[in-house]
Ligand binder design. Structure first.
Ligand code: OOG
Ligand code: NI
Length: 461
């Protein structure tokens, strides 16, 4: 990055704010949700001064209000390729591969997000990005017609593509170019009421799968939700109806616990939006439901071992009771989930001792005789403290639940589990980063730094 260039973290912050303003305009309920989350977070912090001080000390407090993720669905390999380059300008990189075919959604996905801790702290904006898999659509004629429509659309403005080229060639953008880039990039994510196909074609796509219509029938990958982060998702879920928002039946992810792990998410139903179909004789009115709101609460990142335990307990629960979309068994599902998760330790020390989660180590300032002792011994001695590392990624079963809740309850459809990561990475033009490795590195670095601090008493930790 040159001296007169804007930090990619700053471009991301500008973009995230611009997206939030645009979405608030397009989907007014998102604004209501933001207010509710702001109120719940303020009440939570007021009631928990220790947790507030801890978040503040970890530098996580300022980011809470800025915190959000969005989601888009792309149609072609070329779109995915350039989307990777677009996000790269803002310091966002593909992390993780999620196969959602298992859950009856014909897409595979990654999340573009900042990698470094400092970058996450400055602005943690991320975008869950899915690529439609037409290979999973059974009707060959429809598949070909959809591919033809997709091949003809251009989701990026020419200026946006030119600015991406420039950023790559020069290693960054000037202030004026960064401002122009944010405005041009925003165009790609905007809602367009004019469909890209006839009403008849829309219906055929819709009958194959609502998601296929959502991707193929429109001019671009409209942002389909933006998700603020809350510190108390149960409170938000409970208070949504008071503000006139209807939440989905159950919160996705782990149950309510003393130590929040991974990610809990809930959403409100998609709105019906008017669509104009460019049929040959006259424009025809119709509607489409795709865009919704979501809230999430983030907790401790789990190690592969912790993740395996999570997956097993969630699988056990769901083999006993599947949450009904209409909410009729929501209470029973919650109870079953809580019961299964009785087997997941719910205090930080046990979680750490059993190697289930990732932690950030720091020196407490207490004098230390032998900094080379094991991390466990140093924590036990009180010279090191261990704080949970926040999970920055997504969960495939939850993502599928979110997809389903806004695609409509009749949309569940079975596809065989069919991951194709190699193909995804080929289309992306890059390998996705391994998410466990990201957390393991943060943990290892924090421990190494803490040991240095312990061996040089007197220096600030
Ligand atoms: C994405 C659903 C996944 C999440 O938070 O897990 C997601 C979509 O509906 O396009 O955003
Ligand atoms: Ni989401």
């Amino acid at each position: 990055m040159g001296v007169d260039q804007v930090d990619p973290d700053e471009i991301r912050a500008m973009f995230s704010r611009a997206m939030s303003a645009m979405y608030r305009d397009e989907v007014p309920a998102y604004g209501t949700l933001m207010e509710l989350v702001g109120d719940v977070n303020a009440a939570f912090l007021a009631a928990a001064p220790e947790e507030k001080a801890r978040l503040d000390q970890l530098g996580e407090l300022e980011r809470i209000d800025e915190e959000r993720h969005g989601a888009i669905r792309l149609g072609t390999a070329r779109e995915l390729y350039h989307m990777r380059r677009l996000f790269g300008v803002m310091g966002m990189y593909p992390v993780g591969y999620y196969d959602l075919s298992v859950a009856g959604v014909p897409v595979h996905s990654t999340a573009f997000r900042p990698l470094e801790e400092t970058a996450l702290r400055r602005n943690p904006f991320r975008v869950f990005t899915s690529l439609l898999r037409l290979d999973l659509v059974a009707d060959a004629a429809l598949r070909d017609a959809a591919a033809t429509v997709l091949a003809a659309r251009e989701i990026f403005t020419p200026r946006c593509l030119a600015l991406i080229d420039k950023a790559e060639a020069d290693g960054g953008l000037s202030q004026a170019d960064a401002t122009a880039f944010v405005a041009e990039a925003l165009e790609t994510f905007r809602w367009h009421a004019e469909a890209n196909v006839s009403h008849e074609m829309y219906s055929r796509l819709h009958d194959a799968h609502r998601l296929v219509a959502d991707v193929v029938a429109f001019k671009g990958p409209h942002i389909n939700h933006l998700t603020p982060r809350t510190l108390d998702i149960d409170a938000v879920q409970a208070q949504m109806p008071e503000r006139g928002i209807v939440p989905k039946a159950v919160v996705e992810g782990p149950p309510t616990r003393s130590v929040p792990i991974l990610l809990r998410q809930t959403s409100f139903k998609a709105l019906q939006e008017p669509v104009i179909f460019p049929d040959s004789q006259r424009a025809e009115q119709g509607s489409h439901t795709a865009r919704f709101g979501e809230i999430e609460q983030r907790g401790l990142a789990l190690t592969p071992r912790g993740q395996a335990l999570y997956d097993r307990l969630l699988g056990d629960t769901r083999s006993r009771i599947a949450p009904a979309a209409d909410g009729s068994n929501a209470g029973a599902y919650r109870a079953a989930l809580a019961e299964s998760f009785g087997a997941f330790p719910d205090d930080l020390e046990t979680i750490r001792a059993q190697g289930l989660g990732y932690f950030r180590y720091s020196a407490t300032g207490k004098p230390c005789a032998d900094p080379s002792r094991s991390a466990d011994a140093l924590v036990a001695e009180g010279v090191l403290r261990a704080d949970p590392i926040v999970y920055e990624d997504f969960l495939p079963v939850s993502a599928a639940g979110i997809f389903q809740s806004n695609l409509g309850d009749g949309a569940a459809q079975a596809f065989a589990a069919n991951p194709n990561r190699a193909r995804f990475e080929e289309d992306l033009g890059a390998k996705v980063h391994d998410l466990f490795q990201q957390y393991a590195e943060i943990e290892a670095r924090s421990l190494a730094q803490a040991r240095i601090a312990l061996s040089k008493p007197g220096l600030p930790a």
